[in-house]
Design a protein around this ligand. Structure first.
Ligand code: 39S
Ligand code: ZN
Length: 761
């Protein structure tokens, strides 16, 4: 029996990679420092795997920015617009692709399945040439072998690589997916060469990831599956096909006939696959059972996992492998330094390092009998018991409140058409009102103040004064710019989700539980472990203070229930819908308190609404129904004349438009500028019934667009959105920008709105 991991987080327990990258980008380190740090991290992570008794050192899961980008480069698929030569990509070219340079915007980024990790989207063309440039991977294999570890190389599979790529220059009217699949005959020989090269290095096992098998693939892609793996079948090297995030049961009969030597299944997300595997997966091949949750931070219930594993062990014996459900990329590195966590909660958790140890316990218990691992199993039992019986986890009052929810709680008092009359009478906004999405630049001063306050080096009164100063500055800037609906700027927030998590009961937070979001950027998802309640108001004081500084309307700013859920590590002992309802009620109290404090406009952000969508279409309707309801519950406690906004970014909205409409926000602001308002397509023709603020400029770039550019976008928006329902705003919050570019861009935005007003008759 073997244990292994599909991948290990690469950012480093102390975010060493992040800091090394950012120093490199600022030109503050010698060129050799970053590669040295990378090598050190790889070695450290292999050592962790060895110390945990794993049988392989997973190789090829590390990246300086993103592994999809690395694969594109390994296959010679360098986006042509950069003018780089395949195979001649140094660090400068590599980061130009990932982050853009003076001449070219960065490669597009998008979410990896339903995770908060973003990958870079390969840009292919219908006549794409591929060529192999695998030195990086082969060097990593050598690094592993030099340390006498056994490498298991990991690759993104050809179907997944092509499916997640974009293809440019496909003739109008022809199918993009088809055009991508048509590249397979060009790509497969490259994979063959790569496998041959690994074989020549005496690599015994290659893990090929095909998570697309968890999606609803078009028939042509499903049909391609046997062909791909029959073509690849290497002579000596063994292939472990890795699937995760959902069931791939439907493909099992096909997979069983292919010349692959092992199959990895995600038995956390889709445990019922085990029964199908017992029927359909040959016993003379390897079954890798993904039984430790790679997407969450809970300590496993080892006794229950053993029950799950026994029939698999009986069938596959030594050919049963144990692994996390998916790569540990989505988990923080190590729980050990989290000494400030409530000791009880801490005992319920396992980060990547602890998850590797769990694999060892499971293996020994299966091989040598449970008695041999009694101490570890008893510890696991005790942790489960303590979690089940903790009064922090079960709050009867919260449960009762959710059970008592009525249909009316998810409905505003009147329909939008009526609310709108009252809101207009109260708010008296001009046509095409201008606003921003919430955050203003997080200056170094603000970050340092927050960090010092957190470390106890800055007294609360002084901290509050500094934040009030930041709010004051934001208000003065906005008044000078002539914006119509103001925001306080979110200076007091580290991250929108972490900030609210810290103030809700049922949540715990870590000091170092960082997870890579993209490149050097990380998030620290708070841990939602128990029933959620709001002990005291969270934003009212800051918002009231901000409103007191201006005669214009100050927009209250909250994170919605679905995004709170999606961007937290969520308990696995209660259905997500129930957790969302608890969050919704906590937020509803906050919304009501803001209204009572005189706040007339309240935004409830839901940027992760689309990301929460299940991978399989059959599961969409259920999710969308409860997600929209949770949002409405948070928003519906207010009077008709209080205006509710919501905001979404990074999303393809058009396929879920009816559900977005069902959220019934009075105003939605969305990210549209990079697609040149293309995303507005579906919102037109009254398909979206309420008010809309399509983003008129890209906030991810320091570039300041001129007023005419924004005016042109607004005119495009007017073609689909009636004049009396159109708002003017940027794509998203401005926290990652500097003040100078922010000022410049917003000045042009206000100019554009004013110009548009003169076009009204
Ligand atoms: N949760 C979440 N998910 C999301 C997004 C989001 O905003 N939130 N947006 C998208 C992803 N985009 C992102 C954009 C920016 C960052 C980002 O800037 N992250 C920061 C960390 C953010 C943070 O919480 N920072 C804290 C802590 C900063 C910090 O590490 N401070 C140092 C000390 C600093 C000092 O002493 O000066 C420390 O504690 O060690 C703060 O600002 O308060 C980073 O990686 O650098 C992350 C994701 C999708 N998913
Ligand atoms: Zn946004």
């Amino acid at each position: 029996m073997k244990t292994h991991t599909l991948g290990f987080p690469r950012i480093g327990a102390q975010r060493e990679l992040k800091f090394a990258l950012e120093r490199h980008w600022r030109g503050e380190s010698q060129p050799e420092v970053l590669p040295q740090m990378a090598q050190e991290l790889r070695t450290r992570h292999w050592l962790l795997q060895r110390h945990a008794g794993l049988d392989f050192a997973t190789t090829g899961d590390f990246s300086l920015y993103d592994t999809m980008l690395d694969h594109a480069l390994m296959f010679g698929a360098v986006p042509q617009r950069f003018g780089f030569t395949p195979g001649r990509i140094g660090l400068a070219e590599y980061f130009a692709l990932a982050r853009g340079n003076a001449a070219q915007g960065a490669m597009e980024m998008t979410k990896w399945f339903d995770t908060n990790y973003h990958f870079l989207v390969p840009e292919l063309s219908p006549d794409q040439d591929f060529s192999l440039h695998a030195q990086g991977l082969l060097d990593a294999v050598r690094e592993v072998e030099n340390r006498s570890f056994t490498p298991k190389a990991v690759l993104i599979g050809p179907l997944t690589f092509l499916w997640l790529s974009k293809i440019h220059g496909v003739p109008e009217g022809s199918d993009e997916a088809e055009a991508k699949l048509a590249l397979l005959p060009r790509l497969l020989p490259i994979y063959q060469q790569l496998l041959a090269a690994l074989e020549a290095r005496a690599v015994a096992w290659v893990q090929i990831d095909e998570p697309v098998l968890a999606l609803d693939l078009p028939p042509a892609w499903v049909d391609a599956l046997p062909h791909v793996y029959r073509t690849l079948a290497p002579a000596h090297l063994r292939i472990l096909l890795a699937t995760y995030f959902e069931s791939i049961e439907a493909h099992l009969p096909t997979l069983a006939t292919l010349p692959i030597h092992g199959l990895h299944l995600d038995l956390v997300r889709a445990p019922h696959q085990a029964a199908a595997a017992l029927r359909l997966w040959p016993r003379d091949k390897v079954l890798s059972a993904g039984v430790i949750d790679g997407r969450n931070i809970w300590r496993a219930d080892l006794r229950a996992v053993l029950v799950q594993l026994k029939p698999l062990h009986a069938r596959w014996g030594q050919r049963l492998w144990l692994a996390p459900s998916c790569s540990l990329l989505h988990c923080p590195v190590d729980l050990a330094p989290e000494t400030r966590l409530d000791p009880q909660v801490r005992r319920w958790l396992a980060f990547s390092v602890q998850k590797l140890a769990e694999l060892g316990t499971l293996k020994r218990a299966l091989q040598d009998g449970e008695a041999a691992e009694e101490t570890a199993l008893a510890e696991s039992d005790a942790a489960q018991r303590s979690r089940r019986s903790s009064p922090q986890v079960q709050q009867p009052a919260v449960r009762a409140r959710v059970s008592a929810l009525q249909a009316a709680d998810a409905e505003r008092q009147h329909a939008y058409a009526e609310r709108r009359v009252q809101q207009r009478a109260r708010l008296k906004l001009p046509a095409f009102p201008t606003t921003t999405i919430g955050s203003f630049p997080q200056t170094n001063e603000i970050r340092v103040a927050r960090a010092r306050f957190k470390r106890g080096e800055l007294r609360e009164a002084l901290y509050r004064e500094q934040m009030q100063e930041a709010i004051g500055q934001a208000v003065r800037e906005q008044e000078a710019l002539g914006l119509d609906v103001l925001v306080h700027g979110e200076a007091e927030r580290n991250d929108m989700v972490e900030y609210f998590g810290e103030q809700l009961s049922g949540y715990a937070f870590t000091d170092n539980g960082w997870v890579q979001s993209y490149g050097s950027r990380c998030v620290k998802p708070p841990v939602l472990f128990g029933d959620v309640a709001r002990p005291v108001p969270m934003t009212v004081e800051w918002t009231r203070y901000a409103q007191g500084l201006t005669k214009r309307w100050m927009k209250g700013m909250l994170t919605g229930p679905v995004t709170m859920l999606q961007w937290s590590f969520v308990r696995d002992d209660l259905p997500r819908e129930q957790v969302a309802l608890q969050l919704a009620l906590a937020l509803r109290d906050e919304v009501n308190d803001l209204e009572a404090a005189g706040i007339a406009v309240i935004q409830i952000d839901e940027p992760a609404f689309r990301e929460g969508l299940p991978l399989r279409r059959a599961d969409w309707a259920t999710y969308l129904e409860w997600a929209a309801r949770a949002f409405r519950i948070s928003a519906s406690g207010v009077r008709d004349d209080t205006q509710i906004h919501t905001h979404m970014c990074y999303s393809e909205f058009n396929d879920i438009l009816p559900s977005i409409a069902a959220m019934d926000a009075d105003v939605i602001t969305i990210e549209t500028s990079r697609s040149q308002m293309e995303l507005l397509r579906g919102f037109g023709d009254f398909a979206y019934p309420n008010e809309i603020g399509p983003g008129v400029y890209d906030i991810h770039s320091p570039r300041v667009p001129d007023a005419n550019e924004m005016l042109a976008l607004l005119r495009k928006a007017r073609e689909v959105i009636p004049d009396d329902r159109l708002w003017v705003n940027p794509d998203c919050g401005l926290k990652t920008r500097g003040w100078e570019e922010t000022r410049g861009a917003l000045r042009h935005m206000v100019e554009a709105a004013r110009a548009l007003r003169t076009e009204l008759t």
